[in-house]
Design a protein around this ligand. Sequence first.
Ligand code: GLU
Length: 503
Amino acid sequence: MSCVRVRFAPSPTGPLHLGGIRTALYNYLFAKKHGGTFILRMEDTDRKRFVPNSESYILETLKWCKIEPDEGVGYGGLYLPYYQSQRGEIYRFYLSKLLEEGHAYYAFDTDQELKSRRKEYSDRGLTFSYNASMRIHLKNSLNMTKKQLDYQLNSGSSYVVRFKIKPGEKLKIHDMIRGTILVNTDHLDDKILLKSNGEATYHLANTIDDYLMKITHVIRGEEWLPSMSLHILLYRAFGWNPPRFAHLPLILRNDGKGKISKRNADSFDFPIFPLKWVVPETKKTIQGYRELGYFPEAFVNMLALLGWNPGMKKEIFSLQELKDSFSLENINKSGMVFNLKKANWFNKQYLKKKKEELLSFLYRKLQNRSLFYEKDYLWKVIHLTIDRIHFIHEIWEHSFYFFVSPSSYESSFFNKICHKNTIVQLEICKNLLSDIHPFTSENLRFLFETKIQNKCKIMQLFRFSLVGSLKGSDLFIILEMLGKKESIQRIENIMKEIKEKIF
Ligand code: GLU
């Protein structure tokens, strides 16, 4: 095992969306590429945002995608506990070191006080920031004697602990995807490390955990890039070497309205959740890729290429191939727009290798209707239909006419052909069919080519009688597959329907 250790660190605040599961995937692929360890850590310190069932959803999604962690929540490991909510003491211990060494300080400003400061600033067209130039005017331990501080702490006043950022530094940070970034520490504020309820904030907990869990590479969404300088400064304050960072480009909405997020899952015209999600408040179910019939391999393949460029034309990658070729260097810098057509195309490529599954699906459909067909016939149907579909479940709507006559006729075309003349034409065709021996597609094609005038129109009529719409496979193959008796029967059926309508 190499020393590469990466983590996927979701907060249990709802289902994963495409961006979240892609972060997990890239972490997994990077770990596997380097023979490293993929860890799942639950960042559940913010109890206010906790949503029940999120954790089981995350675990089930990783299982469905076959990108299971080697270590962490649900998998155990040497760095227990993997829930941040159970690591409070660890955070307080390390925070006390920052306080002792003067890298952090207590702040007693009330929400109301800060609010009025903010207002005062914004009224003057300025932005209030709790930073080096401001903190000397505020109610914090930097402006108190030891005695005053002890008094405040002992009197039970509410406080937070803030990180003391040294101003005036041009900090050089390196992101594996974006390269070197310069940050002026004058622009950073003294972020809260410990909230007034005694809980560590994300910044503190995340940094301590990544260090203690020996994380070598932090691979996460671009929304965390602005926090990177703070995290680097935290590592420095602790005297620890930071891991390497890679911030992944956002997945963008296809309507130009920014990034996708789980909050407005309903407003997309494409699915954003890997698995179905029942919204706790409304009990409404939002379908996921799994329920919609995407294969996990296709989903993972599509997702891998949504932000990562394999550096070659090839687009179909098995999970093993992804593990072999993945690299952080080939991740795009700019946001990626999701393309549903492309996602369906991926599914289609995998569907082509799922003929046995299509066969069992058809078997089941037929069994439910107490119908039985020879395997050869089913294989022929699959062969004729597979290019028209993207999902297993679509095969029935594209092939039912090989097994059962249409239960209804598509109304706009039916109304168009509802006249006496059609009956006459169908009658002639019916008689022509009766004379064909053997009833093969070649003979039928020959008949149409040689004996039928107004060929296109008659072919449409035939197709409509057999299928119920103008869709479907090659007409002559359908006729051959159905056989003479069934074909004639379906022509008689539609003649009857037309007669009922016009007489
Ligand atoms: N808990 C953070 C999230 O859910 C993870 C950020 C990180 O990976 O550092 O987005």
